[in-house]
Every structure is written in C-alpha cells, then in structure tokens.
Design a protein around this ligand. Sequence first.
Ligand SMILES: [Zn+2]
Ligand SMILES: [Zn+2]
Length: 138
Amino acid sequence: MQKYAFAKIYKMNEIRLTSARKAILEHLEDTSNHSTAIDIHEALQTRLPSLNLTTVYRSLEYLVKHNLISVADIGIGSPVYEKISGTPHHHLICHNCNKIQRIDHSIVAPFFEEINDKIGFKVLTNHLVLYGTCKGCQ
Ligand SMILES: [Zn+2]
Ligand SMILES: [Zn+2]
C-alpha cells in the first residue's frame, strides 16, 4: 500500500515529480493545515537545504496546474496551499483574533442545494471563506 495518495495519481497522469515537488507534496499530505509558500520553504529547510523560494513557488504552480494540490485566498495576504482531500471543506475566519476554523462541506451542502433548487444555479465553489467573530471573541 502506498503511504501517499498522490503516488497513484501521478503515475496515472505521467506527472514529473522532481525532488522539490515530491517533498512539497509529502509535506502537504502530512500537515492538515494550509501552508503558504514561505511556510513550505521553511518546513523543508532540513530536508532540502538547497531549495530556494523561487523553486517552491514554481513547484507549487506546477502542482496546482496538475490538480495535485489546491490553492486558495483566505485573506492573509498570500495564497495558501493544501492537499486535495476527498470531501471539500470551508473556513471561518475571525476578524478579531484571525483564528481560522475548518468546517465540513456537509454544513454548507444544503445551502448549495437550495440555491440549485430555487434559482437553478449550480455552485462550483468548493473552498468558501466566511468572516465573522469566533466564540472566544464574542
Ligand atoms: Zn482549506
Ligand atoms: Zn476570534
């Protein structure tokens, strides 16, 4: 059994995995958080000391283009990257303490279905960001 789900995908699509791309994918598979290019660069310092930030940016671009990772703007100034998991999720961001919470798609799905039923609009958005005030800040 393969430890990493992407191993199967890239074999099917003949994606060229350089050591940088592979290290980035493995890092994103192992973390449940969103990572910016800078986070990833920092995290891989020990593993790939010669890796520079430009290569990280280029590798991320390649991986997004080939649908191996997702990219989202969650309002922190830099795009965040994340592995693509089976079911989509969404985020709640506190405008006061900047805490980011993750919610399951099942919470949002009925809302999307209602839009489809009532307006006939099929929502394709799969990574929503909602701003508000978290429990601790109210
Ligand atoms: Zn996310
Ligand atoms: Zn808060």
